[in-house]
Design a binder for this molecule. Sequence first.
Ligand SMILES: Cc1cc2nc3c(=O)[nH]c(=O)nc-3n(C[C@H](O)[C@H](O)[C@H](O)COP(=O)(O)O)c2cc1C
Length: 202
Amino acid sequence: MKTLFRTCCLAALAALTFAAVPVLADDAGDIRLPTPEKSGGMPLLDALAARKSNRRTTGAAPTHQQLANLLWAANGITRPDGKRTAPSAMNRQEIDIAVLTAEGLYEWDEEENKLEREETREDLSDQLNGASVMLIFTYDKDDQTPAYAQVDCGFVGQNAYLYCTSQQWNCVFLGSIDRAKLARALECDADEVLYGMRIGIR
Ligand SMILES: Cc1cc2nc3c(=O)[nH]c(=O)nc-3n(C[C@H](O)[C@H](O)[C@H](O)COP(=O)(O)O)c2cc1C
């Protein structure tokens, strides 16, 4: 009876453990991100006053929670109709964010809150350049005109700047990136790679 009781307790404990711990990376290398934290942080006016570009972006590897929070702040869904933290011309929501870390290259799926692994033969370490994370902003030119995409990308970049400031992370928005190489890795055209942003987590 005692053994049966112990077996039942162990089975219940195992079930609880597996229910509580999400599977973080599946066989394809995709990462299911945790729910982003959507409140708190530095007051907005303090973040505006402190925002700056800082090119010393070497830093610690990002946790999945940090990535979830950063991505949601940059261009996450805020409303039942799918609208975002950043505005977009004609609500086209055309800005996609790729995430480069020392672990690899991923495409952010904002609806699934997931990072989809991009397999590439390109060595992107020169693009990451020791940063904790690099965001790469792209768009599909069938979905938006280049002029609007540039502006929409600026809003997303400013959101990321303010979030990084609120976390006291160094960051810099980048026009000088190797678009041809990044486009090969992301399987898009070079003129669909808009900007990058390197971030150093301290
Ligand atoms: C569209 C754009 C492209 C930029 N490209 C680069 C870049 O390639 N390299 C860089 O070091 N900084 C880049 N920056 C950062 C600017 O140099 C920086 O914002 C500017 O010097 C003002 O400094 P602040 O951001 O601290 O206010 C870029 C900024 C913008 C808005």
